[in-house]
Ligand binder design. Structure first.
Ligand code: NDP
Length: 244
């Protein structure tokens, strides 16, 4: 199950995991929005279904997990990728901006993990990958988002401790600047062309380019592997340079 997989990092991750041999549930806010990712997977010979679900809604999440269990078999791999931004400086940040961001990233990952966990327990095998961010280390104008992404790292480590004995690993992939709709809309919001915005950020990226969704997908793919069974509770920064 990959949440927020209609586009961007989630779509690339769903496509990568399908090419790795997984049957993939493409989850996003509504089912029609999942169609493009599902078609890309099926056109390459993979197996995928699209399911509409708001990850902040507990009953919808439970229904989505059961639908996946019925259509594809027990969901034993989960990528908590769905995300939003509501950036602003603290003095301008509305309570609704705070609540929305915390809810999608943190509550969403909690609800999804809780709903899939029984299936992983029964299978004696599971993989949860939470998509954090370099913003977890602090970023101007992103107090809500940074708190949510740092919170995901704490959630990851706690679940790794709780679930390891059941054959379940829990890890974080924390991307830096990736070229997606999210960062393109950020550039537009602050009145810059994407090229200008990108050039400014790339100036401080050691490998000298923006990340691509497939760069993140490759890191997620590693954590989903059988051979990664002794790697848990980790945060892997995928940002073209060192982050600590
Ligand atoms: P996008 O905005 O391109 O894609 C996010 C997807 O999540 C959208 O399809 C969106 O749907 C969906 N989504 C939003 N809210 C919900 C919800 N409540 N339930 C289900 N799906 C939802 O983002 P990216 O691909 O750039 O980002 C993916 C993840 O990676 C996010 O968690 C983001 O924070 C993280 N990340 C991104 C970075 C970047 O530079 N791009 C850097 C670091 C981390 P809709 O379009 O309908 O809102």
């Amino acid at each position: 199950m990959v949440t927020g997989a209609a586009r961007g990092i989630g779509a690339a991750t769903a496509i990568r995991l399908a090419s790795d041999g997984f049957s993939v549930a493409v989850i996003d806010l509504d089912e029609p929005s999942c169609a493009r990712t599902v078609a890309a997977i099926q056109d390459s010979g993979g197996n995928a279904v699209g399911i509409g679900a708001d990850v902040t809604d507990a009953s919808t999440v439970r229904a989505a997990v059961e639908a996946v269990a019925n259509k594809l078999g027990a969901p034993t791999g989960l990528v908590n990728n769905a995300g939003i931004v509501r950036d602003s400086l603290l003095f301008k940040m509305e309570e609704s901006d705070w609540d929305a961001v915390i809810s999608v990233h943190l509550r969403g990952a909690f609800l999804m993990s809780k709903a899939v966990q029984p299936h992983m327990f029964d299978a004696g095998w599971g993989r949860i990958v939470n998509i954090s961010s370099t913003s977890a280390l602090g970023n101007r104008g992103q107090a809500n988002y940074a708190a949510a992404k740092a919170g995901l790292q704490g959630l990851t480590k706690s679940l790794a401790i709780e679930l390891g004995v059941f054959g379940v690993t829990v890890n974080c992939v924390a991307p830096g600047f990736i070229d997606t709709e999210m960062t393109r809309s950020t550039a537009a919001r602050i009145g810059k062309t994407f090229e200008t915005y990108s050039d400014e950020l790339v100036a401080s990226i050691p490998v000298g380019r923006p990340g691509k969704p497939k760069d993140v997908a490759a890191a997620v793919s590693f954590f989903l592997r059988d051979e990664a069974s002794f790697v848990s509770g980790q945060v892997l920064y995928v940002g073209g340079g060192p982050f600590t």
